[in-house]
Design a protein around this ligand. Structure first.
Ligand code: DGT
Length: 135
């Protein structure tokens, strides 16, 4: 029997860095993974490049004009027959002050403290790699 192939939904996220701190947002009520801290970002829409999608998401969610830097890591996570392909990009430069237009709350967290937050399983399993790869 042919194995079921998951539908991988590509999701872009920004590792928005200020020194050794990174910006995380609390997912809103009514969404899946509500109450967990995520890296801002979202799904790539039709006809978008990954970088373009991230710029759009960061504008919509935080109100910033971001310069999307290098991709640092890609990870997958399955939810049954669907899965997400998470692409993590560094963001070191942006215009504007991030505001929570989408999240319940935003906060800057030291890299070493990320593991203590309630974060999506998709992020928890790749966290050590990401922290190691960040400049
Ligand atoms: P939707 O589908 O547009 O109503 O909205 P969301 O908020 O469910 O979806 P979106 O565009 O934020 O997609 C991101 C998906 O990836 C969502 O299922 C949550 C999951 N995810 C896991 N870790 C992260 C992360 O660090 N950041 C973001 N943005 N999403 C993550």
């Amino acid at each position: 029997m042919k194995a079921k192939r998951p539908n991988w939904i590509p999701v872009v996220t920004g590792l928005i860095m200020k020194g050794d701190q990174v910006l995380v947002g609390l997912r809103p009520e009514g969404k899946n993974l509500a109450g967990q801290w995520e890296f801002p970002g979202g799904k790539i829409e039709a006809n978008e490049t990954p970088e373009g999608a991230l710029q759009r998401e960061l504008k919509e969610e935080l109100g910033i004009e971001a310069e999307v830097g290098a991709i640092v890591f890609a990870g997958t996570h399955s939810y049954g027959e669907t899965g997400i392909l998470l692409l993590f990009y560094i963001v070191k430069y942006w215009k504007g002050e991030p505001k929570p237009f989408y999240h319940r709350e935003l906060k800057w967290v030291h890299l070493k403290d990320l593991q203590d937050l309630d974060i999506p399983g998709a992020n928890r399993k790749v966290l050590p790699h990401i922290v190691q790869l960040l400049p």
